[in-house]
Ligand binder design. Structure first.
Ligand SMILES: Cc1cc2nc3c(=O)[nH]c(=O)nc-3n(C[C@H](O)[C@H](O)[C@H](O)COP(=O)(O)O)c2cc1C
Length: 191
C-alpha cells in the first residue's frame, strides 16, 4: 500500500474542510491509504509521517503567510531535516484565505520551500486556471487560478461547513488524487 499523510492546521474549520477533501481524493486511488494529521496532534504522528510515501502540507493564510501553528510544525520538522529523513517523499500543499487573493501565493511558496528543504518531490496542481474568461464561473475547477497546489477562499462570515465553495473543495479533491497517483507510481517504480 502507498500511504499519503495530510498534515494541516485550521483555526476555524475552513482549511480542515479542504484537508478532508484532499484526503478523500488521495483515498480514491486504488492501493492508496490517506491519513489526516492536525498539527496539534503531530507529536503522536511523527512515525506516520516518517513512513508515509507522500506528505501534503495544509495551512490557512494568516497575515500573508502560513499560520503560526503550521510554522511551529514546520520548525519542529527540522529534526527530520538533519538526516534528510523525508528525502524523495512526494510533497504537495494547499492553502485557504478570506480574501480572493489574500497573499496566498506567499503561503504556497513557504510550503514549496519547506518541501524542498526536506529534499521532497513537489507535485503541482495540474489543472488549467478556471473562471478567467467570459465563459468562466465560480463553479470552475481551480477558479482561483493557482498552479503550485490547491487554493481556496472562504468568506469570513461563514463557517467551515459553508466555506470554501464546492469548486474549491472539488479542486482539493482532484489535487489529493493527483498527489496520491504520483506517490503510488513512484513507489511502484522503486527509484
Ligand atoms: C490572524 C489571521 C490573519 C489572517 N490573515 C489573512 C490574510 O493575510 N489574507 C487573507 O485573505 N485572509 C486572512 N485571514 C483570514 C483567514 O485566512 C480565513 O478566515 C481562513 O478561512 C481561515 O482558515 P481556517 O478556518 O482554516 O483557519 C486571517 C485570519 C486570521 C485569524
Amino acid at each position: 500500500m502507498t500511504h499519503v499523510a495530510i498534515v494541516y492546521h485550521s483555526g476555524y474549520g475552513h482549511t480542515k474542510a479542504l484537508a478532508e477533501q484532499v484526503a478523500n481524493g488521495a483515498a480514491e486511488v486504488s492501493g492508496v491509504t490517506s491519513q489526516l494529521i492536525p498539527v496539534a496532534d503531530v507529536d503522536s504522528h511523527w512515525d506516520d509521517l516518517d513512513k508515509a510515501d507522500g506528505i501534503i502540507f495544509g495551512a490557512p493564510t494568516y497575515m500573508g503567510a502560513a499560520s503560526a501553528a503550521f510554522r511551529t510544525f514546520a520548525e519542529a520538522s527540522s529534526k527530520r531535516w538533519f538526516t534528510l529523513a523525508w528525502k524523495n517523499k512526494v510533497a504537495g500543499g494547499f492553502t485557504n484565505s478570506g480574501s480572493q487573493n489574500g497573499d496566498k501565493g506567499n503561503t504556497m511558496m513557504e510550503l514549496v520551500t519547506l518541501a524542498a528543504q526536506h529534499g521532497m518531490i513537489w507535485v503541482s496542481l495540474g489543472l488549467p486556471p478556471g473562471n478567467n474568461s467570459s465563459k468562466g464561473s465560480l463553479a470552475d475547477l481551480n477558479r482561483l487560478g493557482g498552479s503550485l497546489g490547491a487554493l481556496a477562499q472562504s468568506n469570513v462570515d461563514q463557517g467551515g461547513e459553508d466555506a470554501p465553495i464546492a469548486s474549491d473543495r472539488a479542486t482539493a479533491l482532484a489535487y489529493g488524487r493527483r498527489v496520491a497517483e504520483i506517490a503510488d507510481a513512484l513507489k511502484r517504480a522503486q527509484l
